[in-house]
Ligand binder design. Structure first.
Ligand code: NAD
Length: 281
């Protein structure tokens, strides 16, 4: 049976290191996909206001019969709601859609340095309210570069519990990861499979053949051994079960190094320094 490690965040809360992402899952498919994941042993779901499926995530958790406290739920603030009053209304709407009175983790989805006069600091101070109220058990950011994190550090009270950034073997982000490690900010790796792009890589395939695992399992295991938090997405039941089946084997230090060396600083998503948030992601 799988045993998923917990990571302790800088405020003492714990988060399962492995979970299920629901970006680009249609609302009509979300209840089934999340229920399959929960049945397979996932206990951490990563959604966002902009994914349009928070209500279905909440419904799936309720219908699973699990207690609310058994599932770690993350959501994220819409890019259109960074101003404090808009952020408060958006957070209320997130809780209402989920049908819960708290989320385990709430994130600023993108820093949007070219919008709102570059003021993500007021947005963060609004998330600090949600944290103090207990309606967000932890708060964090997503797609923040070290310079954005430094500004929060200088101008606000609470250090983000996590920074959720794009990471895959083709985009290892070791500079941002090192900054986060130094400041006790846990790193979450989004698009951990490069949306599937890394699965045909010859190095990944070679290691998969040698270990008797699939390319997806090898890449997810690489993330876990580097210490990052991951939540791959799939709507295919067999793949949902395949992706969590990574806690019965280990990559050697050499395998981890070989995969890390595939880095080519290749993003599948937008550049956080330039993105103005007009498109969902
Ligand atoms: P991913 O790297 O998890 O790739 C998902 C795709 O990989 C699937 O659509 C499928 O085509 C393929 N795949 C999955 N399992 C497979 C398997 N076992 N074998 C073969 N192919 C497989 O990409 P993602 O969905 O973009 O990222 C995961 C999660 O990260 C999202 O669902 C979301 O929760 C989060 N995310 C966050 C941001 C952000 O800005 N914070 C952006 C993108 C994604």
């Amino acid at each position: 049976m799988t045993s998923i490690p917990d990571i302790t965040l800088n405020n003492g809360q714990t988060i399962p290191q492995f979970g299920f992402g629901v970006f680009q899952i249609e609302p009509k498919d979300t209840v089934a996909a999340v229920r399959t994941a929960l049945e397979a042993g996932y206990r951490h779901i990563d959604t966002a206001e902009m994914y349009g499926n928070e209500a279905e995530v909440g419904e799936a958790i309720v219908r699973s019969g699990l207690d609310r406290g058994e599932v770690f739920v993350t959501s994220k603030l819409s890019n259109d709601a960074h101003e404090p009053d808009a952020a408060r209304a958006a957070f209320d709407a997130t809780l209402k859609a989920l049908g819960f009175d708290y989320v385990n983790l709430f994130l600023i989805h993108w820093p949007l340095p070219t919008r709102y006069g570059g003021d993500f600091v007021s947005t963060w101070k609004t998330l600090e309210e949600f944290y103090r109220e207990g309606r967000a058990r932890s708060i964090g950011v997503s797609n923040f570069q070290p310079r954005h994190l430094r500004r929060l550090h200088d101008e606000t009270e609470i250090i983000p519990a996590v920074n959720q950034i794009e990471i895959s073997p083709y985009l290892t982000q070791d500079d941002v990861r090192a900054f986060c490690a130094e400041h006790q900010i846990a790193v979450e790796a989004w698009s951990p499979l490069g949306q599937g792009a890394v699965l045909g890589d010859p190095v990944v395939r070679f290691i998969a053949e040698r270990t008797g695992k699939t390319p997806a399992q090898v890449v997810l295991r690489w993330h876990i051994q580097r210490g990052d938090i991951v939540f791959p997405k799939s709507v295919t039941p067999n793949r949902i079960r395949e992706n969590i089946d990574i806690f019965d084997f280990e990559l050697s230090a050499g395998d981890v190094e070989d995969i890390t060396m595939l880095n080519k600083n290749e993003r599948t998503g937008p550049d956080p320094d330039k993105f103005d948030g007009r498109k969902p992601s």
